[in-house]
Write a new protein. Structure first.
Length: 469
């Protein structure tokens, strides 16, 4: 039984990774073509929209996360649809009310273009709220093919608009924002149709629905706050730069962050499969899966870091306006290592063990450290590089505090891999800062090749362990 679950999980992973490959190609247009089309200033306003839009999920108050945790072992046909129908309608009503209140507060923003970007971001609150419910339903019920299709479609619609903007030689960031919202509405409409039996039809009494609404919020709010705190570890520095630097400086920094997301597309795909797959196996096997995943992730991530060098070559040749990015891009790019481990290893196991409180505590610790370091170093030096370094340190502390706790919780004897990982990160940063890109690429690639060759046994063991179960 467990072997079949793991094999099914691998099939889902392969499909989602293939789908994410298409998403990756589409994402290149947003991450690398848009900065060229819009220019530094308008790209900065586009990134302001993305910054605030990325946090609209907190206004769901954990309702989505409650569904994710509460119904994580259900198949789609087992879901209590009448309860879903009425509670979802109540949830949408709260999202619309919150949107109205947030929009009023945004009117106090003095920069008109920022105000526009933030208003459009707030419009995403009910859109993201309902989309989040349906996305989580598709994830926990292992309908990852549908999920992948919808995420690709979202990017494809925006890509078409970007190509039109390129042909029309327009640099209006509002056009791209409207395209983004339009694409999300189209995808939401398709998801509603696909999951229509969760929304339309006979419901339950209002009292029952209210109880379900608050029950899901009560279950999910700790996870939501933990995710929010985790996002803020990376995002706090962005808020500081957005508030205290010019929109051009912020746009450049935000562009650096967006390069990470290109690499993390595939990591997110694997992370989507881990939780619903492992939640269906015997929890006595969790320690074994944790150890094997941890071992192979080191290899995967160090190989992924090589992608920095071709990216640097592209930016140097085609995006001269953003050349100052290299003052801090190597540091920011190292976040790939931390985020990969958090998404594939740490966060899924926090959820599997129902340790949302500990997850929240670890993320708050990381956030507090980020706030202290960013505020102290930025206002002392006024250096964006110091913001990047502070963010990396805080994220690293959060990662390793979490890893040490989970190993103890699972009864795993502490590994010596943390020192190796930190050394590997330092080596990457050293070669990434080399003025001669060829020397940097050759040096780091050689070290990684040697490292991979020494880990062949671990790779074979991992493959055998996960495929045969």
């Amino acid at each position: 039984m467990e072997t079949e679950i793991i094999k099914k999980g691998f099939k889902n992973t392969i499909f989602v990774v293939l789908a994410q490959s298409v998403k990756f190609l589409l994402g290149i247009a947003k991450a690398l073509i848009l900065p060229i089309i819009l220019g530094v200033t308008n790209f900065g306003y586009w990134q302001v929209y993305l910054l605030y839009m990325s946090y609209v999920g907190i206004f769901a108050l954990g309702f989505n996360d409650g569904i994710y945790l509460k119904y994580g072992k259900y198949d789609y046909d087992q879901l209590p649809k009448p309860i879903f129908r009425t509670s979802i309608k109540l949830f949408i009503f709260t999202q619309i009310a919150i949107t109205f209140l947030v929009s009023i507060l945004i009117l106090f923003e003095p920069d008109f273009n920022k105000q526009l970007a933030m208003i459009f971001a707030s419009i995403n609150i009910p859109i993201a709220g309902l989309t989040g419910v349906l996305i989580y339903v598709l994830q926990v019920t292992n309908q990852l093919k549908k999920y992948s299709l919808y995420t690709i479609l979202d990017k494809a619609i925006v890509l078409v608009i970007i190509l039109i903007a390129l042909l029309a030689r327009t640099d209006q960031f509002i056009l791209i924002i409207l395209a983004d919202i339009f694409s999300k509405l189209i995808v939401l409409a398709l998801m509603i149709y696909s999951c229509r039996d969760l929304i339309f039809g006979k419901g339950v009494a209002l009292g029952t629905a209210i109880k379900e609404l608050f029950d899901n919020i009560n279950i999910g709010i700790k996870l939501m706050l933990a995710n929010f705190a985790g996002m803020m570890v990376l995002g706090f520095g962005r808020f500081i730069i957005e508030r205290f630097e010019s929109v051009e400086v912020y746009g450049t920094y935000a562009f650096a962050i967006s390069t990470i997301n290109l690499v993390l597309v595939f990591i997110t795909a694997v992370g989507l499969v881990i939780y619903p797959t492992l939640s269906r196996i015997d929890d006595q096997r969790y320690p074994s899966y944790f150890k094997e995943l941890n071992k192979v992730l080191k290899i995967l991530i160090f190989v992924l870091l090589i992608s920095y060098f071709p990216l640097r070559i592209f930016i140097e040749r085609f995006m001269i306006e953003y050349i100052l990015i290299f003052e801090y891009l190597p540091i920011i790019f190292t976040v790939v290592f931390v985020q990969t481990k958090m998404q594939i290893l740490i966060n899924p196991f926090y959820k599997l063990l129902r340790e949302e409180k500990i997850m929240l505590a670890a993320n708050i610790t990381g956030l507090i450290m980020a706030m202290i370091l960013v505020l102290a170093l930025y206002f002392t030096t006024r250096s964006v590089t110091m913001v990047a370094l502070s963010t990396l340190i805080a994220m690293g502390v959060r990662l390793y505090l979490s890893e040490i706790y989970l190993e103890k919780r699972l009864g795993i004897k502490g590994t010596k891999g943390i020192a190796l990982e930190i050394a590997g990160i330092a080596i990457f940063i050293f070669f990434a800062y080399q003025k001669n890109i060829i020397i940097g690429l050759a040096g780091f690639s050689t070290i990684i090749m040697i490292y991979v060759l020494t880990q062949i046994k671990s790779i074979k063991k991992f493959t055998k362990f996960f495929i045969k179960g």
